[in-house]
Design a protein around this ligand. Structure first.
Ligand code: PLP
Length: 455
């Protein structure tokens, strides 16, 4: 079934229909000058893979300060769900900004925050009633969820998964087990956090079902037997598709069995949908593909199309903590709430369906590329959350990390923005307004870039 995407959502605009246009060497002179200034005054802890200095964006296209136009398959790390500067979102931001910019929902009331909690309740992936806590980022959403789980269960410990990324504040960081550089020098972590293997069907030697069972078995037969009494576990926190870890899609049975396990032991199940949520996988939340209902869902990135917002939505019975227990001055800022309300409307009208439809088209095109380029070991994902895992040898699955890094650069040089994920995967997380034509352009550029690396 083809999806009708409204004119305001899918317009060619001054950037043209979606073809990259490079007018200088990269980086151009203006970009170089800004990067030089950045080096002197901005924290060197950021990881910039290539020298993109954005001047403006529209839909899935981005123009840099030197006038080069790129096709954006990053969406600012899976954030610009409705595309860059969607006119309806911009209008909502302007309208709300004229009324008031801030009043702190922690100490006062305003209707946009209430309405957003109502909307989230309407789309939450578990039966209601629900309540929502508002922060400013994904890590704050997870921090809130972890604290809430401890408060609710009166238990201290947590289970997370190897490869997981939940954020960088100390609680979320303790659950994060993605790259060692993210933890190095910051110990001690929060005590009581244990990690289990995340089922990776591509790398697991047996059947996909077996890798899900193995992960669950590790929790039950290793953790619960040797180190961690289950009745001391407050929560299991899990990404339904591992994002930073490499866009790994576990078998559906994994979340289903995890749900059963957490129910058996009275453990809260937190599903981190910060990257996979808000329409990206062709459903509002990725967990919906599995039929599992979590106790708490954490949301960030795409929810407000680029304005900072993080939310933990829980079953009301769980979110029953007293005034003063948790809050954030800026959390649920009214302008971000207005952007989120418009984003949810656009997602429900057309963009979630567009992510499913164009995502399937893009994935099929990438699978065809796999036939041609032996460097591609695996193509995986749901909707517009697609990963390519690169390997030196399909038999041994040796990780092609330097080739992955080179591919990201080659794409940039050809006007396509992509990012790495995990040790040797490339992720495609474009705005959900991506058209079939733009998806074809992305495939063509990747084909060309892979050929250059192969050569
Ligand atoms: C799954 C997941 N959770 C949490 C976070 C942290 O979000 P933020 O960077 O907004 O704190 C991220 C960020 O990449 C993420 O992918």
């Amino acid at each position: 079934m083809s999806t009708v995407v409204s004119d305001t959502t899918r317009r060619p605009g001054p950037f043209g229909p979606g073809t990259p246009r490079l007018v200088t060497d990269l980086p151009g002179p203006k970009a170089r000058a800004i990067i030089e200034r950045d080096r002197r005054v901005v924290s060197p802890s950021y990881t910039r893979d290539y020298p993109l200095v954005i001047a403006r964006g529209e839909g899935a296209m981005v123009e840099d300060v030197d006038g080069n136009v790129f096709l954006d398959c990053t969406a600012g790390i899976a954030v610009n769900a409705t595309g860059h500067s969607h006119p309806d979102v911009v209008q909502a931001v302007i309208d709300q900004s004229r009324r008031f910019l801030h009043m702190s929902g922690t100490d006062f009331y305003y209707e946009p925050q209430v309405r957003l909690a109502e909307e989230l309740s309407a789309v939450a992936p578990m039966a209601g009633p629900h309540r929502s806590f508002f922060g400013n980022s994904g890590t704050e959403a997870n921090e809130a969820a972890l604290k809430l789980a401890r408060y609710h269960t009166k238990r201290p410990s947590l289970i997370a998964f190897f490869g997981a990324f939940h954020g960088r504040t100390m609680g979320s960081l303790a659950a994060t087990a993605s790259k060692v550089v993210q933890r190095k020098g910051f110990a001690p972590m929060l005590p009581g956090v244990h990690h289990a293997p995340y089922p990776d069907p591509y790398r697991w030697k047996g059947s996909p079902e077996a890798c899900a069972a193995e992960s669950i078995r590790f929790i039950e037969e290793q953790l619960f037997v040797h180190v961690l009494p289950p009745d001391e576990v407050a929560a299991v926190i899990v990404e339904p598709i591992q994002g930073e870890g490499g866009y790994i899609v576990p078998p559906d049975a994994f979340l289903q069995e995890l749900r059963a396990l957490t129910r058996r032991h009275g453990i809260v199940l937190i599903v981190d949908e910060v990257q996979s949520g808000m329409g990206r996988t062709g459903r509002m939340f990725a967990v919906e593909h599995t039929g599992v209902e979590p106790d708490i869902v954490t949301i960030g990135k795409g929810i407000a199309s680029g304005l900072p917002l993080g939310v933990a939505t829980a079953r009301s019975e769980i979110m029953a903590w007293p005034p003063g227990a948790h809050a954030s001055t800026f959390g649920g800022n009214p302008v971000a709430c207005a952007a989120a309300l418009t984003t949810i409307r656009l997602l429900r009208e057309a963009l979630t369906a567009n992510a499913a439809e164009v995502g399937a088209h893009l994935k099929a095109g990438l699978e065809a590329l796999k036939e041609k380029h032996p460097l591609i070991g695996d193509v995986r994902g749901r909707g517009l959350m697609i990963g390519l895992e690169l390997v030196r040898d399909r038999q041994t699955k040796e990780r092609a990390t330097s080739e992955r890094n080179a591919l990201v650069q080659e794409c940039f040089r050809r006007g396509l923005l992509v990012l790495g994920a995990g040790r040797n995967a490339v992720r495609l997380s474009p705005p959900l307004v991506l058209t079939r034509q733009q998806a074809d352009t992305a495939i063509e550029v990747l084909d060309d870039a892979l050929a250059a690396i192969g050569a």
